[in-house]
Design a protein around this ligand. Sequence first.
Ligand SMILES: Nc1ncnc2c1ncn2[C@@H]1O[C@H](COP(=O)(O)OP(=O)(O)O)[C@@H](O)[C@H]1O
Ligand SMILES: [Mg+2]
Length: 243
Amino acid sequence: MPVVEINNIVKRFGSNTVLDDVSLSVDRGEVITVLGRSGSGKSTMLRCINGLEPIQGGSIRVDGVEVNDPACDLRVLRQNVGIVFQSFNLFPHLSVCDNITLAPRIVQRQAREHSRDLARGVLRQVGLEDKLDAFPNSLSGGQKQRVAIARSLAMHPKVMLFDEVTSALDPELTGEVLKVLEGVAAAGMTMILVTHEIGFARRFGSRVVFMHHGKVHEIGPAAETLANPQTAEFAAFLSAVLH
Ligand SMILES: Nc1ncnc2c1ncn2[C@@H]1O[C@H](COP(=O)(O)OP(=O)(O)O)[C@@H](O)[C@H]1O
Ligand SMILES: [Mg+2]
């Protein structure tokens, strides 16, 4: 069973059709990279997957559960679907440990002592074990993003969505975050990443999706598709990003 199954979804904002008959099926452990120009619907697609946006047509299933069924427990859905944004959205008044354990403590009712171990474990995964008691304002942008990723990992999601998580970072900080994403992928996490990092997509992506005007314009195995785009639009996009 696919972890995420998007079938013919339509998403409109007023009269603006932003996702137009989009389908995508993601298997366990796949790393899907989503490319496309600004405004092509990439962020909206991610927001639909974890139920942040209602859809006007089609269906989305996460781990077999229909996201838009009124009976779908959004709290459970959001435990299963981690999402990390470009802006890290850490709470400035909370320590790194508390930022990471807030949701597990509330949603999964974890005890404080257990949650500190949990935080330590996920911080180890992102190489920041020594920052357990630090506050966000003492961290670099790259470190903040790694904490945001750790916070998402702490929920043990079935799939993680990343929306341009390196776009606000300098190149050297981008590198450290990509390294963490590589580790998360290697650990077997199912991932959908919106990114402009073509190199990452080529090396670590299972498949790439090129979105254009709210449609999946091209999709295929990462390395082959990037080396040999089949549509003029994707070829033009790639040459603009790469040059
Ligand atoms: N909350 C919203 N209300 C109205 N229009 C929106 C909203 N969010 C996104 N859009 C529109 O949807 C389209 C796709 O946006 P988005 O998914 O953010 O694209 P991308 O992430 O590919 O840049 C754009 O035309 C954008 O203006
Ligand atoms: Mg976007």
